[in-house]
Write a protein that binds this ligand. Structure first.
Ligand SMILES: Nc1ncnc2c1ncn2[C@@H]1O[C@H](COP(=O)(O)OP(=O)(O)OP(=O)(O)O)[C@@H](O)[C@H]1O
Length: 681
């Protein structure tokens, strides 16, 4: 990257040109004032400074908002007034689009005729990517959008369209520089003491320069919007909306409201055109997630930001897909991916405010091992209900509860409530029974998302706009991780997060999900294969929940289970010992001839007791014999068992066991006399 110094000017001259009384200050950058001038204790000074900085930031942000006051917002009516009266321009562009997409469709048609659809898929996907690039920003955005929709696009197309993130055509630097001057109301050299002669990156809506702030000397990234982009996008959306209207009216097989989908998409793209909005998104994102010291979000310099120019802290780093460069710095891709996974899960499931465009170009590894997020143009929100539903969905998947999984699509808003989910259930069962033949944690996330996409498409469903795309960040991170380690399992890496949420979140829905995870039809799932829940970390919170005020439902299940397990061990062991007793002694002592058990019970009951006992012993043996069995996992149990609530619970379990065994004994005493001695004569 070449950085051309342009000029260095006195900071005061900026104030003269812009009519400011003080030099502009960068948001979140503490001004270096001599401490002696401030007065008060260290803490008072710190508080006062931070309060003043915040007030300054807010003022600077408000000024940036004022500069962006005329940023366009999407209005279908306005577009139709503007372009309704310009038929020639509309016809020219329609022809261009028709020629581009038409030749792609024609090639597909030929492939189909020649039976070479599959064989040529990669080539066609690349054709489509090139066509979108040629057709300009709207189509690049559409391509980027499609690349997040495994329910609409085959995997090869997704791979190709994902490349629409980087290396797009640039526009002339003179246009970019004059845009900066116009937008910020000052000459380029009054704002930046140096700026790169050419962009360091070109993206769909703008290009990015590296510069140095005149005022503070800080290195910044300056994103400048493509000239005339609003008009280009407006005309394209006007045309696409028209096509949507025709589809709604004449194409019966498409049940979704295409015009509404176009409007929603256009609204989002227009939002991305307002860089002040993007700066505000970055600020909100930083506030929510950058408490983690291993995550970095660039600060925004509001004094140098407007609707079309965004000046932010420069992030020195390597893109996450450049594994060798990352490792040369002594960093591990998998550590960064793990940070990304934990942060994505928090975004998606905790605050529900997430980065909706997390492609590898927007994720950087900094030299000190932080994961930096860039590009906050497109953010999404998960409503509270959907957040819990996603966690519930994972629980249902782990439990292979396909009916519940299908029902989750209502809560997730993927399906409208009038769509029948029954046809999806067998498809889910087929897919997951195949995919989950080992453990869930061994499953790869992309397979799940692609599989769900295919299932949802194959069902007769009426999809809302944004299904499964919320999972994109995890798919992206998984892709990066698999590149570094083909055995990496994103679901396994996500387990601790899910376990912690389920165990600690007071949300009743999640409480139910935890109970569901641990129990099926009122029975503990002894046979689970999920090795990835860390028993040591999980035990204490489970016990706390169990003994806490909200744990009654769980307590009832646990008591029932504990009684059954104890009974199985006691009664089962008695049956086993009984079998070892010679027939003669059995007849003499128990007065029963030929019976397999000293107890009165039918064979099914006996079988289930023996099975449960065997299961308990198997688990115990497995634990004991495993190489990394650590008896300290029981330590938290001992701690918690000292608490009075635990003793109370213990009392209830002991009471239950006594009752149960007493009942057996009573049954035993009062049982019918053996057949041999019955008065049949
Ligand atoms: N703060 C920064 N520090 C360093 N490089 C940056 C910074 N911001 C952006 N870049 C570089 O510029 C590229 C494009 O930036 P960005 O993704 O924000 O643009 P965009 O127009 O929103 O892109 P998209 O087409 O993905 O919407 C990034 O991939 C990165 O390489």
């Amino acid at each position: 990257m070449s950085t051309a110094a342009i000029s260095v000017v006195d900071p005061a001259s900026w104030g003269q040109r812009t009519g400011r009384r003080r030099p502009p200050r960068a948001a979140l950058v503490e001004a270096a004032k001599p401490r002696s001038l401030r007065g008060g204790s260290e803490e008072e000074v710190r508080l006062r400074d931070s309060f003043r900085d915040r007030a300054d930031d807010m003022q600077a942000e408000a000024a940036a908002m004022a500069r962006a006051a005329d940023a366009s917002v999407y209005s279908a009516e306005l577009l139709s007034t503007t372009y309704g009266s310009r038929p020639i321009k509309v016809a020219q562009r329609a022809l261009e689009i028709f020629a581009g997409l038409g030749s792609f469709a024609f090639s597909l048609w030929l492939d189909q005729l020649q039976g070479r659809l599959d064989q040529n898929q990669r080539r066609r996907a690349a054709n489509l990517r090139n066509t979108f690039t040629r057709l300009g920003p709207t189509f690049v955005k559409i391509g980027q959008g499609l690349s997040t929709r495994p329910d609409l696009c085959p995997p090869l197309y997704i791979e190709e369209l994902s490349q629409l993130q980087d290396a797009l055509p640039t526009f002339p630097d003179e246009q970019a520089f004059s845009c900066i001057e116009r937008e910020l109301g000052g000459s380029l050299d009054s704002v930046y003491s140096s700026i790169s002669a050419s962009p360091i990156a070109a993206a769909s809506l703008g290009q990015v320069y590296k510069a140095r702030l005149n005022y503070s000397g800080q290195v910044v990234a300056v994103k400048v919007q493509r000239p005339g982009i609003e008009e280009a996008i407006g005309l394209d959306f006007y045309l696409i909306r028209g096509v949507g209207f025709l589809i709604n009216k004449y194409v019966d097989i498409v049940t979704s409201d295409v015009v509404a989908l176009v409007d929603e998409f256009a609204r989002r793209v227009y939002q991305e055109l307002n860089y002040v909005q993007e700066g505000q998104n970055a600020r909100r994102f930083k506030k929510l997630y950058a408490d983690k010291t291993d995550v970095l979000v660039p600060d925004i310099f509001w004094d140098y930001t407007s609707g079309k120019v965004l000046t932010m802290e420069w992030v020195e780093g390597v893109k996450l897909n450049e594994q060798e460069a990352i490792e040369r710095q002594g960093l591990k891709v998998l550590d960064l991916v793990n940070t990304g996974i934990q942060c994505s899960l928090r975004q998606l499931l905790e605050y529900g405010y997430f980065h909706a465009d997390p492609h590898p170009g927007n994720l950087l590894a900094t030299p000190d091992g932080k994961l930096a997020f860039l590009d906050f143009g497109m953010m999404s929100e998960t409503p509270e209900q959907a957040r819990s539903a996603i966690i519930g969905h994972v629980v249902h998947m782990v439990n292979r509860d396909y009916e519940a999984m299908a029902r989750d699509y209502y809560a997730l808003d993927f399906l409208s409530p009038d769509v029948d989910v029954t046809p999806i259930v067998p498809a889910l069962r087929n897919f997951f029974d195949d995919a989950l033949n080992s453990t869930v944690s061994e499953l790869n996330f992309k397979t799940i998302v692609d599989g769900l996409g295919a299932i949802v498409v194959s069902g007769e469903t009426n999809l809302s706009l944004c299904p499964v795309s919320s999972d994109k960040s995890l798919t992206v991170l998984e892709g990066l991780a698999l590149y570094a380690d083909p055995n990496f399992k994103v679901l396994a890496a996500s387990y601790p997060y899910f376990a912690k949420r389920l165990l600690t979140d007071p949300n009743p829905y999640l409480r139910d999900a935890l109970i569901e995870l641990l129990f099926k039809d009122g029975r503990f799932r002894h046979g689970r294969k999920d090795r990835d829940f860390n028993a040591k970390d999980a035990l204490q919170p489970v016990l706390k929940l169990l003994l806490g005020p909200d744990g009654e439902v769980l307590r009832v299940l646990v008591i029932k289970e504990a009684i059954q397990v104890t009974e199985a061990i006691v009664v089962g062991s008695a049956i086993e010992s009984y079998k070892l007793v010679p027939d003669v002694i059995r007849t003499l002592v128990f007065n029963i001839n030929g019976a397999t058990s000293p107890f009165v019970m039918n064979s099914a009951e006996q079988e289930s007791i023996m099975e449960l006992r065997a299961q308990v012993f198997r688990i115990w043996e497995l634990l004991r014999s495993s190489d990394n069995f650590d008896p300290t996992i029981f330590q938290p149990i001992l701690q918690v068992l000292q608490e009075p609530e635990a003793r109370q619970l213990g009392g209830r379990v002991a009471g239950g066991i006594t009752q149960r065994l007493a009942a057996r004994l009573l049954q035993q005493v009062l049982r019918d006399p053996p057949a041999a001695t019955s008065p049949t004569l």
